[in-house]
Design a binder for this molecule. Structure first.
Ligand SMILES: [Zn+2]
Ligand SMILES: [Zn+2]
Length: 284
């Protein structure tokens, strides 16, 4: 690997959504790690009550703070403004896409499914009781139907929308500790993943390798698994590495190990923003 290689991270959450700390705390941490770039990606505002998202009235000050930090640290690190957009299946929309033309990048992620008219949208990767509610109320307890719907929605996202990269594509495993609900090694699961990856490849969509589950002790592997990373590399899907940091301390959590795993999966480069453009940085 090139000795001058430096990491970057375009997936971070701060005090304005469900993360912690000021934006500047992340910049200072990134400088201490010798990153060449840092991107902010608050959860975009959504049209329902959820305390974990940026509020629409805070968007302007979020952007202003990022632009002040860009200017203040421009000689030391590249700083980028982004949002993590939620796919909402009822409207087939990416919540927050209305802000996209004021941003440097966007992440496309699926965090919620529509449960029913009583409960509305519920998270698939946060509270176990919400996961259970979706499973029972919408899918009558059939986990294969729920997991199938998850991968189908993600494929629809890729076919219908544009974003800079796809977020944590197998996050449906987050609450599946000890294979409590399903076994991702089984053939039926693999058969759900394949069309999604083919859609990423066909539409030239980047995919992140996200260490956030490891950082929070929720998973014992990256999002996605090494097996999915290997398939993605074989299909030529561009990858980037991020930690989905919710505190500055985890800005580079598991980065060296994940970087090694990505190389072992056969990847030759990682995508990063450089002077405002997406480029491929060789990693081998
Ligand atoms: Zn996310
Ligand atoms: Zn995130």
């Amino acid at each position: 690997m090139d000795k001058t290689y430096r990491f970057s991270n375009f997936h971070t959450h701060c005090y304005l959504d469900d993360g912690q700390e000021s934006l500047e705390a992340y910049v200072l941490k990134a400088l201490s790690l010798n990153f060449n770039a840092l991107g902010f990606s608050c959860h975009a505002p959504v049209p329902f009550d959820d305390e974990g998202h940026l509020r629409s009235e805070d968007f302007d000050s979020y952007l202003k703070t990022i632009y002040e930090l860009k200017a203040a640290y421009k000689d030391r690190i590249e700083i980028y403004a982004g949002l993590e957009l939620d796919y909402l299946e009822q409207s087939n929309e990416m919540a927050g896409s209305e802000y996209a033309d004021r941003l440097d990048f966007t992440i496309g992620s699926l965090h919620v499914m529509y449960c029913n008219d009583e409960f509305g949208y519920l998270s698939i990767d946060y509270r176990p009781e919400d996961f259970e509610k979706i499973l029972d109320c919408r899918f009558s307890g059939n986990i294969k139907d729920m997991v199938s719907h998850f991968w189908h929605l993600q494929t629809l996202m890729v076919e219908q929308h544009r974003f800079s990269f796809f977020g944590h594509c197998d996050a449906i495993k987050k609450l599946n500790e000890g294979n409590r609900y399903f076994n991702a090694q089984e053939a039926w699961y693999q058969e759900l993943v394949a069309p999604f990856l083919q859609s990423l490849a066909r539409n030239h969509v980047r995919m992140e390798v996200n260490t956030g589950g490891l950082a929070r002790g929720k998973t014992n592997e990256t999002y996605p698994s090494n097996s999915i990373i290997r398939q993605a590399v074989a299909l030529g899907i561009p990858l980037l590495l991020s930690s989905d940091a919710h505190q500055s301390e985890t800005l580079d959590f598991y980065f060296q190990q994940a970087h090694d795993e990505i190389i072992q999966a056969g990847a030759k480069s990682l995508d990063t923003l450089y002077h405002g453009l997406w480029i491929k940085r060789p990693i081998v």
